[in-house]
Design a protein around this ligand. Structure first.
Ligand SMILES: *Cc1c(COP(=O)(O)O)cnc(C)c1O
Length: 385
C-alpha cells in the first residue's frame, strides 16, 4: 500500500506545486463582474428584474426541465419542491443517509421526517434495492403507503446525485411509480450531469439545483426548482413570492407563503456563470482524467469515475482508499498539512444530532463509503485549457 507521501505527491503532480490548493474555488472573471455591475446600475437588485427570468429560462433550456423557478438557495428549493409534491406533517421522506445535511433539513422544514436509507457502492447514490426493501415492507392504507418501521405515510423519495455522479434514477423512478410515491430529485451537486441523455433533476415530479459558492456554478447563494409540470411551476413561483396576486398596486396575498425568490443581483451572476458552464464541465473532465491516470499506479487508492451510462459533471473529484478510517484520516492529515484542501464525505445523517433519535434502515454501504472516500481539490482552474 502506498504511503501518505505518495498520495500528496500524486495530487501535487496533477494540481501543481503552488502552496495552497482549495477544494473548490469559484471561478469569477470580468464577464461576471460586468453582469453584476449592469444589474447594480439598473437599480433592480432585489427580487424583481430581468436577470431572474433570463436565468430561469436558460437553466430550463439547458436541463430540458420545461420550467425553472429561481429561489434563495437549494435548501429552500427542496423544501418547496417537497411541499408541492404533497409532503406534509406526519410524513416520512426516504433520504440517503450519505448526503449533505440540507437534504434532511429540507424534509424537516416541510414538516416531515427523514427516513434514512443506505447507498449504492457503484454510484454513491441512494440504493434502489434498499429503497425497494423499505417499500416492500410498507403497508398499503387509504392514506397511502405506510412505513412498516415508523407507521408514518411515505410522502416522497429524495435521491441525490453524489459529487455530481448520477444515481440509478431511471430504476428508482420506475420503482417509485409502481408504489405511487413521488420522487423529488436533489440535484444540488449535479448541474451538467446526465443519466443517459437526460439531465439530472428532470426525472422526478420535481427536482432542485443549488448555486451555492462551492457548487459547479454559483450565484453566491441560490437554488432552482425544476419541473415539467406547468401548474407545479406556477405554484412554485407563487408560494416563493409571498403568494401575491398580480395587480398594478394592490397588496393582496391568497395564502401563507414564503419570501424565497432569488434576488436579481444573484441571478445576474448566474447568467454570466452559466455562459461559462461548458468551459467548467470540460475543465473538470480534464482534471478527472488527469487524476485517474495519476492514481493508476498508486496501490490502495481508487479514483471514483462516473457510473456506466452516465455523464458526470465531476463536481468534486474523489478517491476511495483501502486500509480503513485510520488510513483515510492519515491521508486527510497529510494532504491538509501540505496545503491541499481535502475532505471526507459528510458524517452520515442518521448519526447527526438533529436526526440520531430517528429510526432508520440498515446502512452498511454508506458506512463503508463514509470511512473510505476522500474528496480532492477540484476547482476548474486546476485544469484550465
Ligand atoms: C449544496 C447542497 C444542497 C443545497 O444547499 P444550499 O446551500 O441550501 O444551496 C442540498 N443538497 C445537497 C446534497 C447539497 O450538496
Amino acid at each position: 500500500m502506498s504511503d501518505a507521501k505518495d498520495f500528496v505527491r500524486t495530487i501535487r503532480g496533477v494540481v501543481g506545486e503552488d502552496s495552497f490548493v482549495g477544494l473548490h474555488i469559484p471561478d469569477i472573471t470580468d464577464v461576471e463582474k460586468q453582469k453584476v455591475r449592469e444589474c447594480l446600475d439598473s437599480t433592480f437588485v432585489s427580487s424583481v428584474g430581468s436577470f431572474v427570468g433570463e436565468f430561469e429560462q436558460s437553466i430550463a433550456e439547458l436541463t430540458g426541465a420545461g420550467y425553472g423557478v429561481a429561489v434563495s438557495n437549494g435548501t429552500s428549493a427542496l423544501q418547496v419542491a417537497l411541499e408541492l409534491a404533497g409532503v406534509g406533517a406526519g410524513d416520512d421522506v426516504i433520504v440517503p443517509t450519505l448526503s449533505f445535511v440540507a437534504t434532511a433539513n429540507a424534509v424537516s422544514h416541510a414538516g416531515a421526517q427523514p427516513y434514512f436509507v443506505d447507498s449504492d457502492e457503484e454510484t454513491l447514490g441512494l440504493s434502489v434495492e434498499a429503497v425497494e426493501a423499505v417499500l416492500a415492507a410498507a403497508r398499503s392504507t387509504p392514506e397511502g403507503l405506510v412505513n412498516g418501521v415508523t407507521g408514518r405515510r411515505i410522502g416522497a423519495i429524495v435521491p441525490m446525485h453524489t459529487l455530481g455522479h448520477p444515481m440509478r434514477i431511471v430504476e428508482l423512478v420506475a420503482l417509485a411509480d409502481a408504489y405511487g410515491i413521488p420522487v423529488v430529485e436533489d440535484a444540488a451537486e449535479s448541474l451538467g450531469s446526465r443519466a443517459g441523455t437526460s439531465h439530472t433533476g428532470t426525472f422526478g415530479t420535481l427536482g432542485i439545483l443549488s448555486f451555492n459558492g462551492n457548487k459547479i456554478l454559483t450565484t453566491g447563494g441560490g437554488g432552482m426548482i425544476l419541473t415539467s409540470d406547468e401548474e407545479l411551476a406556477r405554484r412554485a413561483r407563487h408560494v416563493t413570492t409571498t403568494a401575491k396576486l398580480p395587480h398594478r398596486w394592490e397588496f393582496e396575498h391568497d395564502e401563507v407563503a414564503y419570501n424565497y425568490r432569488m434576488p436579481n443581483l444573484n441571478a445576474a451572476l448566474g447568467v454570466a456563470q452559466l455562459k461559462r458552464l461548458p468551459e467548467f464541465l470540460a475543465a473538470k473532465r480534464r482534471l478527472a482524467d488527469r487524476y485517474r491516470d495519476a492514481f493508476e499506479d498508486l496501490s490502495g487508492v481508487h479514483f471514483l469515475s462516473e457510473p456506466d451510462g452516465t455523464e458526470s459533471n465531476y463536481w468534486l473529484c474523489a478517491v476511495r482508499v483501502t486500509g480503513g478510517v485510520e488510513r483515510r484520516d492519515e491521508l486527510l492529515e497529510a494532504t491538509n498539512d501540505a496545503g491541499l484542501q481535502c475532505r471526507p464525505f459528510w458524517n452520515l445523517l442518521h448519526r447527526q444530532a438533529p436526526y440520531r433519535h430517528l429510526p432508520h434502515a440498515p446502512t452498511p454501504v454508506a458506512d463503508a463509503l463514509q470511512a473510505s472516500v476522500v474528496c480532492i481539490p477540484s476547482s476548474p482552474a486546476l485544469a484550465a485549457a
